[in-house]
Design a protein around this ligand. Structure first.
Ligand code: MN
Length: 715
């Protein structure tokens, strides 16, 4: 286990300005917090955070990262709290530790590589500070190094798979290749131990056969380059067992055919010398065709730069050579951390950065000094996305601002269409709730449910929008067709004429309709009146309808409705905003006497027969429609609006709501319209089943002492 002073010295060696006292305090705090806890290996638990800190010193990370590494498991695994961390180490360290803790709580709940990419994005999005991710990765490296101590083979395998699918690619993504190699190889040892053993055995055989081949090749290459006056440093190594295995799988070749079991790196002091070194090597050794790649002039998308070539080397074996500058080398090895080092040491960066890091680096470029460098490294690239879980643990990526309806449609069109409610992290939440990273979302569906036009106002995904619009269009059309058919049936019957769909075929062209449903829809929508169609079918009926226009007084109709004659068009609890909707002035309820007013292009508005608004339609009787309730079909709760005058005294509002609640009314809106010393006047919207339900509530309210008067609001 690394000693306290060793750790401090290591950090000071590359970051002389690091807060030595804070590192010491963190070391002691962590040791005390973990106390007698033991790792699966039997080591004191405290050895783990120190090892993690040690891994990060290898990457030359700043003091804050080291302190965070020392504290990273204290909140999750000991009695220490985030508040204590903040007290002792300040808000920045607390924020970093909190970030690592949150990442540790996330676990990919379902296996399946399909989910891995989204999960990686989730981790990136959750690590608002790049240091959070670096500490998490170092944590994983140490856990993988000690994986063999875990007794449960299934658990070992799960952790190894997670490492292979999530953490190794993450390390690669942020450019830390050494870490990626190590994570992959450790996971490989767990997932496919037999394969690894055979690769290792083969390597061992080649090693004994060739002696210290790697050294000999390095020496020979160095001599060749020196002779031509090219100043370079050369290193060589065997590739990891996993990368050899993967190549054998991918290229479907045997071990002997693999050219690059050994890789050599030539590091030059300038780009120019890289190409000079390449020239020297190619002029001394035969080049293996198809192996040459110039990533200096054309960097990889993650901004990796190097020239790669394959040659028949000094001892006639195929070897791979990578040639790069020191800066390119550090970027290839350390990725993001390398950028930080350059800032730290005041060396210039070459400006060509990782494409996905560009935004981040913009911030860095404008940071005042090296200390601020990592402070401001927010991972911006997934800030426009949120990642949520299904109850089965699958990750769903959505644009920021998405709601449960978007989630439902992302899972499956049917789930979206049938959605009636949602649970977020186990709690029932409104469908319009904005989802946050890591939310677990459960969509409650009902077979009889369908999309609501109001959803369109808050969904953000194109898929949800398109599905809702399509549904509304179809639904509207269906309703207009039904309504138009009913209007025509009624008009024909009133005139004593036979009605049949076939009878309409002859006049379709008059109305520029292709089929009879088109005509129904036009009538339903109010674009064509029933009488116009009637006259078209029976041209003899030219004279106006018996009820003379202008003489129909709504109130008179109210007193003598043509009820019972079977003429009324049945109205169900329909979806508002479609062919039929309830007027907002009078809030009709099932059981109320009602009348429909046809509005061109909008279908029919239903009013109560005594609504004052109706007076404005007295001159247009052709727009009036006899309608009645289709009782027994009403499933939807409707809103009744009440005018209430209530005593201005303590508890009176409580009495009001209690009475309504006891009578199973649900208050959906309350507005005080007038207040005086003695009384409040208010408008109250109450969800009820029908007019009888509302009448019960009114009666109960009238019997309540603090309530002065209750009336239904009209007009
Ligand atoms: Mn840990």
């Amino acid at each position: 286990m690394m000693r306290q002073y060793e750790l401090v010295e290591r950090v000071k060696s590359y970051d002389p300005g690091a807060d030595e006292a804070m590192i010491n305090r963190a070391y002691v705090f962590s040791m005390k917090a973990h106390g007698a806890q033991k790792r699966a290996s039997g080591d004191p638990y405290f050895a783990h955070p120190i090892e993690v800190a040690g891994i990060l010193t290898g990457m030359k990370l700043d003091g804050a990262s080291i302190v965070t590494a020392l504290l990273h498991d204290t909140v999750e695994d000991t009695t220490a709290t985030l508040e204590e961390i903040e007290q002792h180490f300040g808000p920045n360290i607390a924020r970093l530790v909190d970030g690592v803790t949150k990442l540790s709580r996330l676990e990919l709940q379902s296996d399946g590589t399909r989910q891995a990419e989204n999960f990686r994005k989730l981790l990136l999005a959750m690590s608002e500070d790049i240091r959070v991710l670096l500490v998490k990765l170092a944590d994983r490296v140490h856990n993988m190094r000690t994986l063999d101590f875990i007794a449960d083979p299934q658990k070992r395998r799960r952790i190894a798979l997670e490492t292979m699918e999530i953490y190794a690619p993450l390390a690669e993504r942020i450019g830390i290749n050494d870490m990626k190699d190590e994570l992959e190889d450790l996971a490989f040892a767990q997932i496919n131990p037999d394969a690894r053993v055979s690769v290792m055995a083969r390597l061992e055989f080649l090693r004994t056969k060739g002696g210290n081949l790697v050294e000999r090749i390095i020496a020979e290459l160095k001599r060749t380059l020196d002779a031509d006056g090219v100043e370079v440093s050369i290193s060589g190594r065997e590739k990891t067992a996993f990368s050899i295995w993967r190549k054998m799988q991918r290229k479907n070749v045997g071990f002997e055919q693999l050219s690059d079991i050994m890789a050599f790196r030539v590091v030059a002091d300038s780009v120019e010398n890289c190409y000079r070194a390449l020239g020297v090597i190619h002029s001394h050794y035969p080049m293996v065709p198809g192996r040459f790649k110039d990533y200096i002039s054309t960097p990889k998308p993650n901004n990796y730069q190097s020239v790669h070539t394959g040659i028949l080397g000094p001892e006639r074996q195929r070897i791979e050579i990578q040639i790069r500058t020191r800066a390119m080398h550090d970027v290839a090895e350390l990725g993001v951390a390398a950028h930080w080092n350059y800032k730290q040491n005041g060396s210039p960066t070459d400006g060509k950065q990782y494409r996905w890091l560009r935004e981040l680096l913009d911030i860095l470029e404008h940071a005042a000094g090296p200390e601020e460098f990592l402070e401001h490294t927010k991972l911006e690239m997934f800030q426009d996305q949120v990642f949520c879980f299904t109850p089965k643990g699958e990750v769903v990526a959505l644009p920021r601002g998405a709601c449960p309806v978007d989630f439902g449609y992302a899972v499956h069109s049917e789930v979206g269409d049938r959605c009636i409610g949602s649970k977020i992290n186990g709690r029932l939440m409104p469908l319009r709730t904005q989802l946050a990273n890591g939310d677990q979302v459960e969509i409650i569906t009902s077979k009889t449910s369908s999309p609501s036009p109001t959803w369109e106002q808050f969904v953000v995904t194109g898929k949800a929008k398109a599905r809702i619009r399509r549904f509304v269009r179809l639904q509207k059309r269906t309703e207009f067709v039904d309504l138009g058919r009913a209007i025509l049936q009624k008009t024909f019957r009133q005139e004593g004429q036979p009605f049949s769909e076939k009878g309409l075929d002859g006049v379709l062209r008059n109305f520029k309709c292709e089929e009879v449903d088109d005509l129904f829809a036009m009538v339903g929508e109010g674009l064509v009146t029933g009488r116009e169609v009637l006259v078209a079918v029976f041209p003899g009926l030219k004279q106006p309808a018996p009820q003379a226009p202008g003489k129909v007084v709504p109130i008179a109709r109210a007193r003598a409705p043509k009820a019972g004659a079977g003429l009324a068009i049945p109205i169900r609890g329909l979806i508002p905003g479609m062919a039929v909707h309830y007027a907002r002035c009078c809030h009709p309820l099932p059981g109320d006497r009602i009348v429909g007013i046809v509005t061109t292009g909008k279908g029919v508005a239903i009013h109560t027969i005594d609504c004052e608004t109706l007076e404005s339609f007295a001159d247009t009787p052709e727009r009036w429609l006899d309608v009645g309730w289709d009782v027994g079909e009403v499933t939807q709760e409707l809103v009744g609006r009440l005018n209430v005058v209530i005593a201005n005294e303590p508890g009176s509002l409580g009495s009001l709501t209690t009475v309504i609640g006891k009578n199973l009314g649900n208050i959906t809106n309350l507005k005080i319209t007038n207040r005086s010393v003695d009384f409040f006047e208010m408008l109250l919207d109450v969800e009820v089943k029908d007019v009888k339900h509302l009448s019960n509530i009114i009666a109960a309210l009238r019997a309540t002492p603090v309530i002065n008067s209750v009336e239904r609001a009209r007009g």
